[in-house]
Design a protein around this ligand. Structure first.
Ligand SMILES: [Zn+2]
Length: 247
């Protein structure tokens, strides 16, 4: 093992010791497996729901385009996470393919920004929320690109700043709720948002709680399920509530 943080006494336990400052946590093989499976199980359902349900329920071209964006980035999130964790599972202990694993990790993180933007876009487009919503709709994509550039340049360097950025980008645009003309379905969005927020606690518990990262993944699955259901049930179908928005 190249990285000197694996405690030999607990090598065969379900977790390793907490990473020191500037170090990355070294998951156990069990944790690598759990990390991979916990997001792999999201790929099939996210694609099936997108392709067979959401696209079918899109009655307008605008809904169709928004569902393509939503479906692509939701499925991409689970694929990039699974691929990254699979490569960690296969190669990290032998310290192989370091560069590839580094870039896969950046892709994994970058896909979260795009996923956040894709989750907000249907709401900010199909619901009338005045200028805050119209402006936020473009700003979230600008923030997603800035987040990706940040990842590319400062990957794993300032972890606390990274978490704060994620929370700001994820929670900030929800202020558009206050100017929405129709708030049906938003309770589901809030429950989903709370699942992500609880998940972030586990995201920070590597080395304290065994399988903390896989638990974070499960909360992402729960959050994404609520958000996907909310989009499917409240934003699609014939447009009885939603006036044609300015796009
Ligand atoms: Zn992960």
């Amino acid at each position: 093992m190249s990285c000197g943080i694996v405690d030999p006494d607990i090598k065969f336990s379900y977790k390793n010791r907490r990473a020191g400052k500037g170090e990355a946590y070294e998951p156990t093989q069990h944790e690598h497996v759990a990390n991979t499976i916990s997001h792999a199980i999201g790929i099939g359902p996210s694609f099936i729901i997108f392709y067979f349900y959401m696209l079918n329920e899109a009655h307008r071209e605008l809904q169709h385009i928004l569902m393509v964006i939503y479906g692509i980035f939701t499925t991409t999130l689970f694929i990039s996470s699974t691929v990254y964790h699979l490569f960690e599972l296969l190669y990290r202990s032998r310290n192989l393919h370091r560069k590839l694993r580094y870039y896969l990790h950046i892709c994994d993180r970058a896909s979260i920004y795009l996923f956040i933007a894709a989750s907000y876009t249907p709401w900010l487009t199909l619901r009338h929320c005045g200028y805050p919503g119209l402006n936020l709709k473009w700003m979230i994509w600008v923030f997603a690109i800035l987040g990706i550039l940040y990842q590319y340049n400062f990957h794993e360097k300032y972890k606390t700043i990274e978490i704060i950025l994620y929370i700001l980008i994820a929670a900030g645009p929800s202020i558009a709720i206050f100017s929405m003309n129709d708030r049906s379905g938003l309770d589901m969005m809030i429950i989903g948002g709370m699942a992500y927020a609880i998940g972030v606690i586990f995201f920070k518990l590597d080395g304290i709680l065994a399988f903390a990262h896989a638990i974070w993944h499960i909360f992402v699955l729960i959050g994404a399920s609520f958000h996907t259901y909310a989009v499917y049930a409240f934003l699609l179908g014939p447009d009885k509530n939603n006036p044609v928005p300015d796009v």
